[in-house]
Design a protein around this ligand. Structure first.
Ligand code: COA
Length: 330
């Protein structure tokens, strides 16, 4: 195996729509309450994009900030790896729309469909592109407009999801020891029907039936997903730490996927990391799938909770099922 790190995460930029949907807003149209949602999930509000704000546009705003923070330009990009579960169109990729918006004329561009761990999957691909010498500057994006695939008549899912985008410039490590120390990605497709969109794809193309049955929206078996998420996030933490050759005590900040505060607490407990070293912003964003980790990471950077030399553990779980983790020395 080659010596790590090959690649560093040079920056994080985010874009968040200004529209806010609170628990009080939801409880006016659904049989739910702020108390129930906060107690079961920790979520208080989520951001919702306008009809005009596409995933590519949110990605563009996040990417522009990430490029500026890394001192890079769109022309420097060799690849754009965009993770999303809510692409603007099914063909072509949202990454290609982003490439056009950025004017990143030297970049290959493609989407990754790995649901909530999408940013970690994309980082893993970026690291591989850099390690192989294929690319030098890679833009990794996690961007979602989950409000368009959420059934706002289903109280068990409508309360959970939000919109947003995060992006990072990934490039060869510039400082010895700084960068991605380990990655771990995993999946179990047998469990797909526990969290999926049954209709609207080529297996059951969009039709009057699909629309009437509302099967183009996300369906979820919440309790089963909850249990699987706790187990998978625990395993992923162990794997990333083992592969990086470090212990939980050496982690300065755990940045878990922001789906549910109870899942985050269980993950931290298993990893042996106190909540004082865990980034939490699920209360203000809900679950933004692939955007969730960069949104939390950017906030941690802005608050000074991550800085040069910090050891950060990222971990996520989502539809597929997919899960993954990475240890980064900042
Ligand atoms: N408001 C009020 N009651 C609700 C509700 C809501 N928004 N949603 C569900 N309920 C009700 C259910 O109908 C059920 O009622 P019943 O007992 O009369 O049948 C009761 O609450 C318990 O439902 P249950 O699904 O067992 O609750 P839960 O404690 O598991 O919480 C979730 C539901 C969805 C919050 C929880 O399962 C969860 O977070 N799962 C993981 C979801 C997730 O993170 N998915 C993305 C992974 S990336």
């Amino acid at each position: 195996m080659m010596e790590r790190p090959f690649a560093e995460v040079a920056s994080v930029g985010v874009a968040v729509p200004s529209g806010i949907l609170t628990n009080a807003d939801l409880s006016r149209v659904l049989d739910t309450s702020d108390e129930w949602i906060v107690e079961r999930t920790g979520i208080r509000e989520r951001h919702i994009a306008t009809a005009e704000q596409s995933v590519a546009m949110l990605s563009h705003d996040a990417a522009t900030r990430a490029l500026a923070a890394a001192g890079a330009s769109a022309a420097d990009l060799d690849a754009i790896v965009l993770a999303t579960a809510s692409p603007d169109r099914l063909l072509p990729s949202t990454a290609c729309d982003l490439q056009a918006l950025l004017g990143a004329e030297n970049a290959a561009a493609f989407d990754i469909g790995a649901a909530c761990p999408g940013y970690i999957y994309a980082l893993t691909v970026a690291e591989g592109l850099i390690a192989s010498g294929q690319s030098r500057t890679v833009l990794v994006v996690g961007a979602e407009k989950l409000s368009t695939i959420t059934d706002f008549e289903d109280r068990s899912t409508a309360i959970l999801f939000g919109d947003g985008a995060g992006a990072s410039v990934v490039r060869p490590s510039t400082v010895p020891g700084r960068g991605i120390l380990s990655t771990y990605i995993k999946s179990d497709g047998r469990l797909a029907p526990l969290l999926y969109r049954p209709g609207g794809g080529s297996a059951d193309p969009i039709s009057e039936k699909v629309v009437c049955e509302r099967s183009h929206y996300m369906k979820m078996a919440g309790r089963e997903v909850f249990k699987a998420a706790v187990l998978a996030m625990a395993e992923a933490c162990d794997q990333a730490l083992r592969r990086a050759g470090i212990t939980a005590g050496q982690v300065d900040l755990l940045v878990p996927h922001q789906a549910n505060l109870r899942i985050i607490e269980a993950t931290a407990k298993h990893a042996g990391i106190p909540m004082s070293k865990v980034m939490v912003n699920v209360d203000r964003y809900g679950n933004t799938s692939s955007a969730s980790i960069p949104l939390a990471l950017e906030e941690a950077l802005a608050e000074g909770r991550v800085g040069p030399g910090s050891v950060v553990l990222l971990v996520a779980f989502g539809a597929g099922f997919t899960w993954g983790s990475t240890v980064i020395r900042w």
